[in-house]
Design a protein around this ligand. Sequence first.
Ligand SMILES: C[C@H](O)[C@H](O)[C@H]1CNC2=NC(N)=NC(=O)C2=N1
Length: 115
Amino acid sequence: METLTKQKCTACNKDAPRVTPEEEAQLKPQIPDWQIVEVEGIPHLTRTYKFPDFQTALNFTNRVGEIAEAEGHHPALLTEWGKVKVSWWTHAISGLHKNDFIMAAKTDEIAAQFT
Ligand SMILES: C[C@H](O)[C@H](O)[C@H]1CNC2=NC(N)=NC(=O)C2=N1
């Protein structure tokens, strides 16, 4: 099974396929520090990263924004002093798509550059 970080997002519309439980079980081990949480009935992939200060948190936020723009797939970002909460889900299908797993893995790659 291909590494998530090497994959690109696909354009999503309302008919895009949600990840199946089997796919989720196969993909989730590549993003072990992420949680799947339901928000208003919609599953989100979410993780909170810690940073030494606000400026570093903001720099990370902007880097995640850059890859979101590059991939055409966007997160929810809550940037606070010393931490950033990142959530990925696919609005078009009100659920989780493979794109969300790809972007969570790419988010981890960016975070690794801040350690
Ligand atoms: C037109 C534009 O490509 C779409 O609205 C994209 C933008 N980014 C997106 N990001 C996410 N997370 N879900 C979407 O459904 C989505 N749709």
